[in-house]
Design a protein around this ligand. Structure first.
Ligand code: ATP
Ligand code: MG
Length: 269
């Protein structure tokens, strides 16, 4: 589980979108994105999930319907798996085989209630499972519940790599901690990859992460284990005061205005 930190505009969203293969077509991408030494084009698309900074839902659907729909669409059922694999590996299949699979998949792909119920329970959405999601015009579930619905929507699929952009927007620090603890347990138990960007995480939330990526003006300043990050900045002359929140220190040390106060290195260097 990796935390992406950086000042606003440092390129967190851009990095996550590039890794998830969802980069804006107006931007140029150099280099290759590899998943477990395989290129992204040879990896099935459903294996990676991107959660954007904003929640986009159908306002008239309830939480349960939303997650159910996502589970059907993301191929959480065997029939959809078959269809997806057929599309991925046997592009030369005759159209009849494809149509047969497709009709099977749409007919049989409904009974995924078990998984949906499980996700709703884990994310604490039981109370609002049958409330409509809502938007500006329709009053629906609260902002935090919406965020959890968004996370549930992608957990229900079969993705192994998760890229989450600023999932804490609109959440208080205790809900963020709760969700992050759950994600950390999932990542460790099921061997998943999670790359999550957060704005100003609380110390307890920060402690949950294994690795840190620190961005500054589009460049990676630090990428490595969380435990080593203070030591790394010590060696280049920046000291974190003992009572300072490490996440805040990392954010400030990359900005030109604030970094002076942490400088304890040799002036001649
Ligand atoms: N399609 C684009 N065309 C031009 N510039 C872009 C495009 N996408 C991103 N940028 C620029 O790249 C920089 C990084 O943007 P990005 O959205 O990745 O920042 P961020 O770290 O996610 O910020 P925030 O924390 O506010 O979400 C910004 O200066 C932005 O204006
Ligand atoms: Mg962003």
């Amino acid at each position: 589980m990796t935390l992406v930190l950086g000042a606003p505009g440092s390129g967190k969203t851009t990095l996550l979108r590039a890794l998830a293969g969802k980069l804006d077509s107006s931007l140029k991408l150099r280099g290759k994105v590899m998943y477990n030494a395989e290129t992204s084009s040879s990896t099935p698309q459903y294996l990676c999930a991107y959660v954007s900074q904003n929640d986009l839902h159908h306002p008239e659907m309830t939480v349960r319907e939303t997650i159910n729909f996502a589970s059907n669409m993301l191929g959480a059922n065997n029939e959809f798996e078959m269809l997806g694999d057929a599309l991925q590996w046997e592009m030369d299949t005759s159209s009849e085989v494809y149509q047969d699979l497709f009709s099977k998949a749409t007919k049989l792909g409904k009974g995924s209630n078990l998984k949906t119920n499980y996700i709703i329970k884990i994310l604490g959405l039981s109370d609002c499972a049958d409330t409509i999601v809502g938007d500006e015009l329709h009053r629906g579930i609260s902002g935090g519940q919406k965020k959890r619905t968004t996370i549930g929507e992608m957990l229900v699929g079969r993705a192994r790599c998760f890229f989450m952009d600023d999932v804490s927007t609109g959440l208080d620090s205790s809900t963020t901690l709760e969700i992050m603890t759950f994600l950390q347990q999932m990542a460790h138990l099921m061997d998943l990859t999670m790359v999550i960007s957060l704005l100003q995480p609380a110390p307890e939330t920060f402690e949950l992460f294994d690795d840190i990526i620190l961005l500054c003006e589009g460049q990676i300043v630090y990428h490595g284990p969380r435990q080593n990050v203070i030591g790394f900045f010590n060696t280049i002359g920046f000291t974190c005061p003992s009572r300072k929140n490490v996440a805040d220190f990392l954010q400030e040390v990359t900005s030109r205005m604030d970094q002076q106060q942490y400088w304890t290195g040799d002036e001649r260097e």
